[in-house]
Design a protein around this ligand. Sequence first.
Ligand SMILES: [Zn+2]
Length: 232
Amino acid sequence: MLKIEYRIQSEIRVALQEILERYMLIGSKLRQEVNGIIEEAKETEFCSCINQYQTLSFAIGCINCLRKRVINLLCHKGLKATLCVSKWKHTKNYPAGSHEYIEVMASTQGRKKQIPLVIELEFRDQFEIAKACDEYMKLVDKLPLCYVGKTEYLNPIVGVMCDAAKRSMEEKKLHMGPWRKRSFMQMKWSSTSERRSLNDEPSRQLLHQSCSKSSKPAAAGIISKRKLDNSC
Ligand SMILES: [Zn+2]
């Protein structure tokens, strides 16, 4: 029994390692640039809202303001960055919820077309579980703190981690909440999730003012699917 257990655990570890290696190979130059910008944003006083004394795992301030500051800096560097909001309704399987992340457009080789990349500032935190088994914790430690890449790699990582979380919960005899399930986690960054343009929000106006270099006309109201016209 123990032998079987070990074999499955090692398979999960190898699967994650393989996905992460492929993730690291693609877009490494842009990832390096984005990570530099994230570090730059953390060093500024990025948060001045009522949550400014909140403690993130890597900075003081709130994640919403940090996300906006990162978008701001990305725009200043000439990159096309957008704040995306995925929202989902309550169903019999899941509680209602929403999630914010950044999307940045990256040029492919030869600059023929642009592809959207997801920037998730709290990627590793998404998988933290309070009473996880050691094996699961080791997997979490392998994850990048921030995810900068295609959804192509994001979804398999989420899949492997959710399988591992399920095993960890079973081992610790804990109930697995629906928000830990793969299909729920993937909704956070899903291209088919309903997305809302934040152009109407006052903070959005400020954001646009600061990256007016390449700003596009603002689209009002709810926009679904990938095409958000609030890129800076
Ligand atoms: Zn704030």
